[in-house]
Design a protein around this ligand. Structure first.
Ligand SMILES: [Zn+2]
Length: 171
């Protein structure tokens, strides 16, 4: 039993080591991969995103390999959001967007990163979120369309709109 726990720990340790080795953000933090650094403190680094949706899009990342933002220590959490605010203020001053959008996901690279996107009315991100909001609202709108009264109103509207009245209907 002791032996198998030992091997399990070894395997988990190797997996963690592997995931950090394979992590591009750990490579950047360690200075082994290039980046455009914008700002850093002891716990956090901010770099330009190499695939921006708008000019100046940046990523705020903890220096420690922490997969998801809600797993950060209190100190890392405070540092991350403090750096995000400082960089957002830099963006507002230098790029003059309407505001700076912030979000976190991490499906592709599970090393916490906060996206900071300077956004302008009608830009790609604006249109994406407008479409997403429309999608969020649509089930209710679709449900309303199938209500009996709505169906009858629609049927009446369509019946009355043609050149030829439907058989049995008065135009
Ligand atoms: Zn990492």
């Amino acid at each position: 039993m002791i032996v198998s726990i030992f091997y399990l720990c070894r395997i988990v340790g190797e997996m963690e080591e592997f995931s950090e080795k394979a992590c591009i953000f750990c490579e950047i933090v360690g200075g082994r991969a290039p980046s455009h650094k914008i700002y850093e403190d002891d716990l956090t680094l901010c770099i330009l995103d190499i695939n921006p949706l708008s000019r100046g899009q940046a990523l705020v990342i903890p220096k420690r390999h922490v997969p998801w933002w809600h797993e950060l220590s209190r100190e890392e959490n405070a540092s991350l959001f403090q750096v995000a605010k400082i960089v957002a203020e830099k963006m507002m001053h230098s790029l003059q967007p309407d505001f700076v959008c912030m979000y976190a996901r991490g499906r592709r690279i599970p090393h916490t990163h906060i996206f900071l996107v300077p956004t302008y009315s009608g830009d790609v991100l604006d249109r994406f979120f407008n479409a997403l909001e429309l999608f969020q609202e649509s089930p209710q709108k679709l449900a309303a369309l199938s209500e009996a009264r709505s169906m009858e109103e629609t049927a009446n509207l369509m019946r009355k709109s043609g050149m030829e009245p439907v058989q049995g209907e008065q135009s």
